[in-house]
Unconditional design. Sequence first.
Length: 185
Amino acid sequence: MDWSKVVNFVSGAAPILGTVIGGPVGTGVGAIAGGAVSLIASAFGVEGEDAKDPEKIYAALQADPDAILKLKEIELTNKVELSKLALQSDQAYLADTQDARSAQVQREQATGKKDVNLYILAWTIVVGFFSMTGVLTFVTLPTDSTGVVFLLFGALVAGFAQVINYFFGSSKSSSDKTKMLNAKR
């Protein structure tokens, strides 16, 4: 199990706490998120190595009838610290994005050449995305192959989003809105 179930559960009751443990630094396992995960684990009696296990924490959250109240209390009690952690998480995300672009610029300056592989891969993903969209729109697929086709399309959608994000940047507020919409499901 990954941290997504824990993040969704926590975000429903305590959005700032959920943002910290579900941040881009590494859901539940990053240095920034680690403090928030320990707060949750200790409040629900999960100790030792179990405090790093998302299954154990999720089971403890599910088993406690007062889980939502406890999560709200943790958030209220530690609001300033959690806000600082959320800010650090956002800063780390932005620094990571900037580092990827800076590395490309440095390589191009050092070699005097553009990284052709980067552009070939990006164009392959973009063309594949639109080709697959056309296939799904205009071609009737055999029912026994739809699972594989949709799996491929899902991978292309994710890749397409990353290409657009890399070359054109991403609105941080757009990312936050997506997180909030997914948390409500």
